[in-house]
Structure formats: C-alpha cells, structure tokens
Design a protein around this ligand. Structure first.
Ligand code: SAM
Length: 220
C-alpha cells in the first residue's frame, strides 16, 4: 500500500479528534487543540504510520506501546492542566504524550527506563522543535527529585500502588493520574494532594504495560 501523504495525515488526525476524542466526551478545548496540532504519525514506527490515527494502542518496539489516542486525551484532561504547571511524566515511550503535554504547560520532565525508546523520542522532540521537554533515563518509580515539587504527575505504565516517591514529589494541591491495579487490567486513578492528605478517585477501567522498578514490578 502506498504511504499516506501529509494532507492525508492531517485529515486522519481531524477525523481522530472528531470521532475518538470529542465524540467520547473530551471537552477541554486546549486538550482538543493539542491533539489537532501534534503529528501522532511521527511517534510510531514507519511501518505503522498509516495506522497511527486508529482507535487503538500500537507497538513502538522493545515490547512497549503508544497508548490509544482517547486514553492519552482522557489522562491529559484528568490533569486539569494550567499553562504555568510543571509536569512530570513517568514512561516517555514514543514521546507522544509528552509532546501533547508540552503544548499545555510550562515544562515536562519525562523519565523512561529504555534507552532506545528515549533516544527515538528525543530525536522527534528535536525534529518538531519542542524545547520544554526534559528527559531522563532511569527508574521513574523514584521520580525525578531535582525538579520537584510538580503540580501534575502522569504515569503511563501500571502498578499495584502509586510509588511513594511520586506522592512525595507531588506539590500541594497537585494531581497525579496513573493506572493502578493488576498486571492485565487496572483502574485509571486520579490522586489529589490537599493539605498533605491524599484522596483517590477511580476514573475508568484500562490496560497498561507494567511499571518496572524499585517501587513497581520486578525487572522483566
Ligand atoms: N507515554 C508513552 C507514549 O506516549 O508513547 C506510552 C508509554 S508505554 C504505555 C509505557 C512506558 O513506560 C514504556 O516505554 C516503558 O518502558 C516505560 N516504563 C516502565 N517502567 C518504567 C519505569 N520504572 N521508569 C520509566 N519508564 C518506565
């Protein structure tokens, strides 16, 4: 099959936004506009580019995935982002979620444990001229203490509980969004920190790859 051209990708992206994101109830105009602006096809392997706007996760190599567009939108909306927020992401993967966040806040600090994925994501950030994403190779269950506290934290891999260092690095009044549950299925969970107290809110069922590290699952 012939590869899609730029205009085709733009059209596929518009359809994705209308049918998968707005039709399912995402309302935040800033989030919707970020999805119109970020070229998702750049973040998937070449042989999956024609599927990049489909309603599903896709493999990105190293046994990992780029999440379904709607799930990226829902997690982003759940963060209630303010333009002044400093956000930490655990699980850079393809870099797509970080690129969406970068247009909605002041800085994104993203941590990935797989070197090859991080290298590819950094190349795309450079190609797209995104200057407010800062990356770190390492175990994201430890967070990234140097830049803490963060107003918002997003974890794009699943664990049985929220790693304690992430709760500690979340600022007062902050929000953390993460899939929490078993290995095969979890609940997308929103955590708020108010006056030092933590509250948990279940958003919906989901299925993410495991968060592997000191405060997550053991190494694969
Ligand atoms: N946000 C990504 C995107 O937009 O493509 C999707 C991430 S994928 C579902 C989950 C990622 O979490 C994988 O790249 C995986 O290597 C990473 N991961 C798992 N455990 C981690 C850890 N302890 N620290 C950092 N990254 C981790």
């Amino acid at each position: 099959m012939k590869g899609a051209g730029c205009m085709d990708f733009e059209r596929m992206r518009d359809l994705m936004v209308e049918r998968q994101i707005i039709a399912r109830g995402i309302k935040d105009e800033r989030v919707i506009s970020a999805f119109r602006n970020v070229p998702r096809h750049k973040f998937v392997p070449r042989y999956h580019q024609n599927d990049s706007y489909d309603d599903c996760p896709l493999p990105i190599g190293s046994g990992q995935t780029i999440s379904q567009p709607y799930m990226v939108a829902l997690m982003t909306e759940c963060l209630n982002l303010d333009a002044a927020d400093k956000v930490m992401e655990i699980g850079t993967g393809s870099g797509y979620q970080a690129a969406i966040l970068a247009g909605l806040c002041t800085a994104v600090y993203t941590v990935e444990r797989k070197e090859d994925l991080l290298r590819m994501a950094k190349n795309i950030f450079r190609e797209l001229d995104i200057a407010n994403i800062f990356t770190k190779l390492g175990d994201g269950t430890l967070g990234w203490e140097d830049n803490a506290p963060y107003q918002k934290i997003i974890v794009t891999a699943a664990a049985g509980m929220v790693p304690q260092p992430l709760i500690e690095q979340l600022g007062e009044g902050g929000i953390l969004v993460m899939p929490v549950g078993g290995v095969f299925s979890q609940e997308l969970t929103r955590i708020r920190k108010k006056k030092g107290q933590i509250t948990y809110e279940l958003i919906c069922g989901c299925s993410f790859v495991p968060l592997i590290g000191k405060y997550g699952y053991k190494d694969d």
